[in-house]
Design a protein around this ligand. Structure first.
Ligand code: FUB
Length: 443
């Protein structure tokens, strides 16, 4: 099979990180475990890379870990490296086998768990652990893997009584094991999680809400392929009752997830392959998740818009829209990823982007490229016919791929969070008006 690698130039797009989907665009990230520590939202993902010469083209190629922190309403900061494959004391060198990790807090310390291929060849993957005083590391790595555990996808859970559990698995079976207080040893033999539907399972993630334990996991149905499902229990050890799917198959790759509550809203983190188009070069994503009154989970539909509320100085990636009508989106560059744009901006076409924090904004910037001189685009509040907030007459920037940042005054002060609509108004024939990369509110 010929693998289509994207002609990829992973560039730092305005700081390298956005909160619209995908969350991060300057590198490939997968298997996102999101955690809220000290009111700050972190993601601990794995990373994918294009295989170096000599490695199989269609295998996962996963060299190590970085971590990300949400700053402001919509900016993911790359906090830096956590662990490289060649720093694992008990791991095979250059094995590109650093699959999904997790990080958890217990008694004021932060424990980072990861799978790696062991040097002693005792299993496909073993699970190691490191400890730090800070959620941002550095972590002190244990010299040996956790004895008694063989498998992938460590998922950690600390219950209200401060007891900790490790979930892991891969294949057709998932396991749970209580951990000793030191978080580095198992306190009992691992127990198979029973009563889950048959089929391949991995990526288990446990959380608790209103006294219900939710064991969520990636699950392959023979007919449908890879989905995310959940099962509930009144104990972290089970038995669990299957509850249904959280996300349908999104295109026959993996879909490793985590679920957390941040600022009052539940969020599902997962991955797709927005940038590469190839399911082993993944990009992490997030969408809001909701529960029915009885505690069951509503299925999440993947969106482009994702989560977050951009405010002053943060990019509003309008090509990650909530609604589009009459215009289209496209990659900025044909031969190397630089982001997306809104294009084919025909008369009265529009994009709507929900949840922008206008507080303190006096101006709006827009990054445009334009090969003609007639017309304008308008920024309106909430609806196509909503209050006119700003107007941008366009000019010839030198061509449809010659980019410039232009600015317009906000006509009247507007505070708080509102939806934003961009309406394109070329005034010469049916031609397109402008290519629009992003908007930004400024003081
Ligand atoms: O990322 C490598 C593996 O693919 C993970 O460990 C699984 O959960 C799946 O996402």
């Amino acid at each position: 099979m010929k693998i289509r690698y994207p002609a990829l130039v992973l560039a730092a797009v305005a700081g390298g990180a956005m909160a619209q989907n995908p969350l991060v665009t300057h590198m490939y990230t997968a298997d996102p475990t999101a955690r809220v520590f000290n009111d700050t939202l972190y993601i601990y993902p794995s990373s994918d890379q294009v295989p170096p010469e000599g490695r199989k083209a269609n295998d996962f190629c996963m060299p190590g870990y970085r971590m990300f922190r949400l700053d402001g309403g919509a900016t993911w900061t790359d906090v830096g490296p956590v662990l490289d494959q060649n720093e694992v004391p008990w791991g095979k060198k250059n094995s590109f086998a650093m699959w999904a990790p997790d990080c958890i807090e217990k008694d004021g310390k932060y424990y980072y768990y990861f799978p790696a291929a062991p040097l002693d060849g005792s299993a496909f993957r073993r699970i190691g652990v490191g400890v730090s005083d800070s959620p941002e590391g550095p972590f002190e790595w244990e010299p040996h893997y956790i004895e008694g555990v063989k498998g992938i996808d460590p998922g950690l859970f600390v219950d209200d009584d401060n007891r900790a559990y490790l979930y892991f698995g891969g294949g057709h079976e998932l396991f749970v094991v209580p951990l000793k207080d030191n978080m580095k040893e198992i306190a009992a033999p691992p127990k198979k999680i029973e009563h889950l539907p048959t089929g391949y399972k991995e990526a288990s993630f446990m959380f608790k809400r209103n006294g219900i334990y939710y064991m969520t996991f990636a699950h392959t149905f023979p007919q449908e392929g890879y989905t995310i499902g959940y099962a509930t229990s009144d104990s972290p050890m089970g038995p669990f009752v299957y509850g249904g799917k959280i996300m349908d198959n999104i295109g026959n790759g993996t879909n490793h997830h985590s679920i957390t509550k941040y600022k009052g809203q539940w969020i599902l983190f997962y991955h797709w392959w927005d940038i590469s188009g190839f399911n082993k070069l993944r990009s992490m994503r997030a969408d809001y998740l909701q529960f029915h009154k009885d505690g069951s989970i509503l299925k999440v539909k993947p969106t482009l818009r994702g989560i977050g509320t951009p405010g002053l100085g943060e990019l509003i990636q309008v090509d990650r829209y909530n609604e589009i009508n009459g215009c289209e989106t496209a990659f900025l560059e044909k031969d190397g990823y630089r982001g997306w744009m809104v294009t084919e901006t025909k008369p009265n076409s529009h994009v709507r982007f929900d949840r922008v924090n206008f507080t303190g904004a006096k101006k709006i910037q827009a990054r445009i490229a334009c090969g003609q001189t007639f017309g304008k685009f308008e920024i309106r509040q909430n609806h196509v016919w909503g209050k006119l907030l700003a107007e941008f007459p366009v000019h010839h920037t030198g061509g449809w791929n010659r980019w410039e940042t232009i600015e317009a005054e906000i006509k009247e002060p507007i505070d708080g969070v509102h939806n934003l609509v961009v309406v394109f108004k070329p005034d010469w024939g049916g031609t397109k008006l402008v290519n629009l990369d992003w908007l930004k509110l400024t003081e």
